[in-house]
Design a protein around this ligand. Structure first.
Ligand code: CFM
Length: 540
């Protein structure tokens, strides 16, 4: 690496006022794996400092947009001013495929109570009730979810009481989320709030029994760019029965029935680990951390599932699928490696992809020079082993911790204690997540909640071959002559999951990093030459 990461860090924070510089210095860490597998601590999941131009979103975005939004037949009503709905309308590329044209799909709709001054002054509960009734009359959904925006919490509308009342009146499941944008420090708070309500109001209300042998749920996969379709296909070919996905390409009934699965797979740890934990406690369903981003990671994840079920037939099927897919992947890898080997990437996105996508770049022979989450917690960086040492602050106390006990009739441990004791290989990540940092090269920069200034300095100093972020950063980065790949929406591309997705990703990144246009790019101000003063116009 051409730069000493410690020097870069010093230089990046030097420009800040003292207090802010001190805080940012704790959120910027140079990775170094200790002999015991530990990494240096990072400060994460703390408030963004005003003025730094954070990449983050709000709790409402994390709850409505991220966790619940991709489910196609829960009718979502936003209780709040119209802008909160309008700017969240179809902005995430979560795809869905109803079984037939006559099945419900509300994803394209945008329902809002359109709160105005009238409700801010006199209360909005009446309007919310009317909205739920009207929505029910028009759509006849199986379930209605109500999302609170900032003013709802400020004026004190009791959305939960309204939901209870309407549930009784309409005879369908109606539940609400106190996911006001200001709760917590980022969208991460919204994930937690969504997890809690899913657990309390949806999971376990459908008792349909599936006779299949290997029943799983996929948690934290939201079907961006069609990723879930690819993963579903892999499960089908391996003979694995997917009960529910939370929540890409999902419907209400499958989530309500998810407690009948025998294993939870956790893809995005940040957004949904709470559901995995709570389902373990209440129903006895263990969970495994998996990752379907990257071909090797996909193969490893399938093998982990087979290992969990410990079934010879399943193991054989998994090996067959891997053997069918890997040769195509290797051809594509070889092709791109020739042009991409040694090129560099930076990833600043979300709470899980900045880790998962490193695998794909490494498979192409590319090097990660810096990475970070927008809103990950310390466990996403350093691994779950730091969980007991994370201090609870006022912002995290703001979010309900649901007390969970084993279900009186439905708790059923899926594994014997002897079998559980066999699943301790750290590679298996059984009920564990090792985090991003232990898997990164020593000397790499890890930056939490990166600021715009830091982004610019990093680009100026390292001139990475590609920068991965979102739409808010994309054009600012590209104006600096560096291609920016959106890892939230995938720009217009995808899927990138599984074997097929890996090939798509290699090809697209190859095209981006080897495109000559970036070196030709000059912004108008870079070519600006001062013009001579215009001659004075003669006065009459
Ligand atoms: Fe999980 Fe996500 Fe992500 Fe996330 Fe997100 Fe997303 Fe993301 Mo954008 S749930 S943490 S809140 S993997 S919307 S599908 S891409 S920031 S890295």
């Amino acid at each position: 690496m051409a730069h000493d990461a410690h020097e870069v860090k010093k230089e990046m924070v030097a420009i800040y006022p003292k207090k802010l510089g001190k805080k940012r210095a704790e959120q910027i860490v140079v990775t170094e794996l200790g002999p015991d597998g530990s990494v240096p601590p990072i400060k994460a999941n703390v408030r963004s400092s005003p003025g730094i131009i954070t990449q983050r979103g709000c709790a409402y975005a994390g709850c409505k947009g991220v966790v619940i939004g991709p489910s196609r037949d829960i009718l979502s009503i936003v209780h709040g001013p119209i802008g909160c709905s309008f700017y969240a309308w179809l902005t995430r590329r979560n795809q869905t495929r109803p079984p037939s044209d006559s099945d419900a799909n509300f994803i394209t709709y945008c329902l809002s109570t359109d709160m105005t001054e009238q409700e801010i002054v006199f209360g909005g509960e009446k309007k919310l009730k009317a909205a739920i009734k009207e929505a029910y009359d028009v759509f006849h959904p199986k379930a209605i979810a109500v999302f609170s925006t900032c003013p709802v919490g400020l004026i004190g509308d009791d959305v939960h009481a309204v939901a209870r009342q309407m549930k009784e009146e309409l005879g369908i499941n109606v539940f609400a989320f106190s996911c006001e944008g200001y709760r917590g420090v980022s969208q991460s708070a919204g994930h937690h709030i969504a997890n809690n309500q899913l657990f309390k109001h949806v999971i376990g209300v459908n008792e349909l029994v599936h006779e299949d042998k290997f029943k799983i749920n996929l948690l934290g996969e939201y079907n961006i760019g069609g990723d879930a379709f690819v993963i579903e296909d892999l499960f089908r070919r391996c003979g694995i029965k997917l009960i529910a996905t939370f929540s890409g390409n999902s419907d209400y009934d499958s989530m309500a029935n998810s407690h009948t699965a025998d294993l939870n797979l956790v893809m995005c740890h940040r957004s949904i680990n709470y559901v995995a934990e709570m389902m373990e406690k209440k129903f006895g369903i263990p969970w495994l951390k998996i990752n379907f981003i990257g071909a090797a990671a996909t193969a490893k994840s399938l093998r982990k599932i087979a290992e969990y079920f410990d079934d010879t037939e399943l193991k054989a099927k998994v090996e067959t699928v891997i053997a069918e897919e890997m040769p195509k992947v290797e051809v594509a890898q070889q092709d791109v490696r020739y042009r991409c080997q040694g090129k560099t990437a930076m990833l600043f996105v979300g709470g899980s992809r900045a880790h998962h996508y490193q695998v794909l770049f490494n498979e192409m022979g590319m090097e990660i020079v810096a990475a970070g989450y927008e809103f990950g917690h310390r466990d996403d960086y350093e691994g779950r082993k730091v969980l007991p040492t994370i201090k609870v602050d006022a912002d995290s106390k703001n979010i309900e911790e649901v007390e969970v006990r084993p279900d009186e009739t439905r708790y059923m441990p899926r594994l014997s204690s002897e079998r559980k004791a066999q699943l301790t290989d750290p590679e298996l990540e059984f009920q564990d997540y090792v985090g991003m940092m232990p898997e990164m090269e020593d000397g790499t920069l890890v930056i939490d909640d990166i600021s715009h200034h830091e982004t610019e300095r990093l680009i100026e100093l390292y001139k990475p071959s590609i920068f991965c972020a979102g739409i808010k950063e994309k054009y600012a980065v590209q104006k600096m002559g560096i291609p920016c790949k959106q890892l939230h929406s995938y720009d217009y591309g995808g899927p990138y999951a599984g074997f097929e997705g890996a090939i798509n990703f290699y090809r697209e990144v190859d095209r981006m990093v080897n495109m000559k246009v970036w070196s030709l790019l000059k912004a108008p101000w870079q070519t600006f030459e001062p013009q001579p003063e215009p001659a004075p116009v003669a006065a009459d």
